[in-house]
Design a protein around this ligand. Structure first.
Ligand code: SHN
Ligand code: NAI
Length: 200
């Protein structure tokens, strides 16, 4: 809120992570753990994920059996597990464990998502739309995940199936363009001007 009580809106900074190049650790193997793992795999089926929990849902076990990049540690989480993580997702049913692990992660500067506890999160998951190489991330700042889900469905419907082809063609043009940086920018802006109503 600013001094006149108006919300500044969404100040989250979206980044697009290479999930095959980093190690994500998910603590908790129940419904919420499964949802988080599915969200990671939807974006990259080769995401490197280590799942740690005494109880693992059969659906999670199946996902792990189908991927050489998913590992399951069938036991309670230990403090040392955090050292092997680039990204941490806490998804157990134990809030005090989440608080304890979040403190430890903070000391290690390990970015952490705590499912169901937005205040403890360093980052939120978003809804994502994918059409070939195009990826759109949606965040409602935690206000309404259901809106994010519905808006994803809207975008999935309206983005033309030709989008991947369009991006491939633009890549070819980009690679073939000669001249200095400014000339290339000008030419690419010209070619793509048909995509916007502004035409510029
Ligand atoms: C803050 C955040 C933190 C985080 O989890 O990263 C968070 C928090 C919470 N979610 C809750 C509930 C639900 N979450 C979903 C779905 C999704 N939730 C996702 C993200 C986020 N959820 C982050 C903010 C995202 C944003 O800014 O919009 C999505 C986008 C991405 C993903 O998780 O993959 C994925 C849609 C994917 C897709 O389909 O595209 C549904 C709908 C459904 O499942 O159909 C419901 C039930 C309906 C409802 O409540 O709206 C609750 C209450 C739990 C309770 O009641 O106890 C909390 C806790 C709280 O709000 O306090
Ligand atoms: N399932 C859902 O859609 C929703 C769940 N929640 C809340 O989210 C939390 C998690 O929900 P679920 O995944 O459904 O619970 P769940 O009971 O299915 O799974 C809990 C998981 O945490 C693991 N766990 C517990 N202690 C652990 C430890 N010390 N180390 C490692 N793993 C440990 C368990 O082995 C299990 O895999 C609960 O508090 C629930 O109330 C809230 C809203 C919706």
């Amino acid at each position: 809120m600013n001094e006149v009580g108006i919300s500044e809106g969404n100040v989250l900074f979206p980044v697009f992570l290479k999930l095959n190049q980093i190690q994500t650790v998910v603590v908790g193997g129940g419904n919420v753990g499964l949802e988080k793992v599915e969200a990671l795999l939807k974006n990259d089926p080769k995401a490197r994920i280590r799942i740690i929990a005494p109880l693992i849902l059969p659906a999670l076990q199946e996902l792990a059996d189908g991927s050489e990049f998913i590992e399951i540690l069938n036991r309670k989480v230990r403090g040392g597990d955090l050292k092997g993580a680039d990204l941490l997702i806490l998804a157990t049913d134990d809030y005090s464990l989440h608080e304890k692990l979040k403190k430890k992660a903070k000391k290690l500067r390990l970015l952490t998502n705590v499912a169901d506890t937005p205040d403890l999160c360093d980052f939120y998951l978003g809804s994502t739309v994918k059409k070939g190489d195009l990826k759109i991330g949606i965040s409602t700042n935690g206000k309404s995940p259901t809106f994010a889900k519905r808006f994803r469905e809207v975008l999935e419907d309206i983005l033309p199936d030709s989008t991947p082809e369009l991006l491939n063609q633009l890549k070819t043009i980009r690679d073939d363009l000669k001249g200095d940086f400014n000339e290339k920018v000008e030419r690419l802006n010209e070619i793509t001007s048909v995509l916007t109503k502004k035409g510029k």
